[in-house]
Design a protein around this ligand. Sequence first.
Ligand SMILES: NC(=O)c1ccc[n+]([C@@H]2O[C@H](COP(=O)([O-])OP(=O)(O)OC[C@H]3O[C@@H](n4cnc5c(N)ncnc54)[C@H](O)[C@@H]3O)[C@@H](O)[C@H]2O)c1
Ligand SMILES: C[N+](C)(C)CCCC=O
Length: 531
Amino acid sequence: MKGSNFRILKHLKMNLLRSLRTPGLRGALHYTETRTITSGTLHIKDPLNFWCGGRVNLKDVKTKSEPVYEPATGRVLCQLQACGAADVDAAVGSASAAFTVWSKLAGMERAKVMLEAARLIEKRREEIAEIEVVNNGKSITEARLDVDSARLCIEYFAAQATTLSGQHVQLPGGSFAYTRREPLGVCVGIGAWNYPFQIVAWKSAPAIACGNSMVFKPSPVTPVTAVLLAEIYSQAGAPEGLFNVVQGGQETGSLLCHHPSVAKISFTGSVPTGKKIMEMASRGVKPVTLELGGKSPLIIFEDSDLENAVRGALMANFLSQGQVCSNGTRVFVQSSILPQFLKEVVRRTKAIQIGDPLLDETRMGALVSKPHLEKVLAYVKQAKKEGARVLCGGEPFIPADSKLKAGYYMTPCVLDGCTDDMTCVREEIFGPVMSVLSFETEDEVLRRANDSALGLAAGVFTKDVKRAHRVIENLQAGSCFINNYNITPVEVPFGGYKASGIGRENGQVTIEFYSQLKTVVVEMGDVDSLF
Ligand SMILES: NC(=O)c1ccc[n+]([C@@H]2O[C@H](COP(=O)([O-])OP(=O)(O)OC[C@H]3O[C@@H](n4cnc5c(N)ncnc54)[C@H](O)[C@@H]3O)[C@@H](O)[C@H]2O)c1
Ligand SMILES: C[N+](C)(C)CCCC=O
């Protein structure tokens, strides 16, 4: 772990330069690499749990296994065995042991391991992205961007690790105080299925940068790529047990939350589960980060650049088959431009290429599971019943390629004539369904946009700079966009207002959610006792 500071600094600089060369979205659309996996061919046999520096076969073979599916084909990809109390205990024990070593390292030493992990991710970019596609169903183009986001996050927090510091405060009589920014201990990460690799990186990078260790539980629907990150950290020189993966669903998650050696819980998932996590954490007075659901507004004023507004609305609704927490699914359009907007948005939505997510030309892959597809289709049916007009999509889709016929596809849907009381406007659908609402004035649209218990994200399209900032100031949301949508650079905080969450991921502020401050008062004179 020792090495000259000069070498580490050079490494940091090289990685910064490399990250600056990362293709943006436009670059990624034309990115092609040698394909190693095709849909319907991957079988995963290796154990998916990881602690004490390696993959672990569960001892209790009686535990019932659950199938994990490939959404593109509907085929079983692997079997998942849930970790029980003894397994969770072993993983937390492994993380506790690593914490004693890792927390004592200098920031530069931690950064070195993290930058090596980032380098390995870049090297394995295509392989990780392909495996993510097979397990999640999203298009390869998006999966590559997710892998890039994971890598950039680790690079960003490697740099943060080198800058962690406290304060020095001068006190009367030559006495002084100082603060130390210290890690919390073993952190638990619990992830959702929509951005499996990105979520595990967004949680582990700030945690380990601050000197914590982590036990991560992915969603049982997408258990595969978190283990790849565990192997990468290990190969990068992390001490055994620094980053561990346990598999399972709510029982395993709840064992982790209640474990007495766990210091913090960082959760990404639905609002109902987030509430349960907070309740469990409260019993041990453990801090939580909660990244929960949304029903975010996107407001398009009549003076917008219409071409950009339409592109923004598509980015706000159809990434990852619409399964994105921050999606702007309530699209408020000023009535004077509604007809042009609808014409263009429908034309472009109909042109979205649905199909094999491992093909470069595909823009929309499969939804994550059959029950989830059915749930989304039921929302479209309900919207029709409540009076919304389906302008396009909202139907099951069967690709021409016969190996994909049992996959979970649907056509992206645009709903017009929506009103604020409709189910499709009030509830998070988490699928490719855009609800369009008409508005007249700024005051009116602000009131309607804020009429939600959720507050994850919001967006506004207008050429009027003053209006843009005024509207954003009055929107109750944590992650806001002006003249774009769903752009989440790792250098800026991401998270929600209201029931959409607590705490932030990414950006400098996240350091505060994975560390604690120790104040040390130093007396330089005599003790002035009152007794
Ligand atoms: N704000 C964000 O950053 C963000 C990002 C992605 C997804 N999400 C949200 O996630 C939701 C979709 O994901 P999901 O369906 O996987 O969510 P979910 O709440 O069903 O599950 C999330 C995770 O929690 C685990 N879990 C479930 N019950 C638990 C319990 N009682 N104790 C401990 N763990 C438990 C699950 O196994 C899974 O790993 C959507 O609402 C979406 O908006 C939010
Ligand atoms: C990178 N996105 C697309 C904004 C997704 C953030 C995580 C939410 O599901």
